[in-house]
Design a protein around this ligand. Structure first.
Ligand SMILES: [Zn+2]
Length: 88
């Protein structure tokens, strides 16, 4: 089976509702905008939205990972002063 192409993956952001007491961050996008996380054997992507943390793609590894890959391919890097200072 071919991996889904990034542009065809549908992404729906929702408020983050943790399913476990601890969300484990496994990987962070280049600028920290997106976080690849696991909660109790399921995977999801987190971002900081206007109204707090949002999640997308919650599910088993293959499906969640396809959402992560699509978001990383599409995302625009955060560009605030603090981040620029940090990266310098
Ligand atoms: Zn980035």
């Amino acid at each position: 089976m071919e991996a889904p192409r990034p542009r065809t993956v549908r992404v729906r952001w929702e408020p983050h509702r943790p399913h476990t007491p601890v969300t484990r961050v496994i990987e962070t996008s280049c600028c920290g905008t997106l976080e690849w996380c696991s909660e109790g054997g399921r995977y999801l992507v987190l971002r900081r939205g206007e109204r707090g943390q949002e999640e997308a793609g919650r599910g088993r590894y293959p499906e969640a990972r396809a959402v992560w890959a699509a978001l990383v391919a599409r995302h625009e890097c955060a560009d605030d002063d603090e981040l620029r200072r940090f990266r310098r």
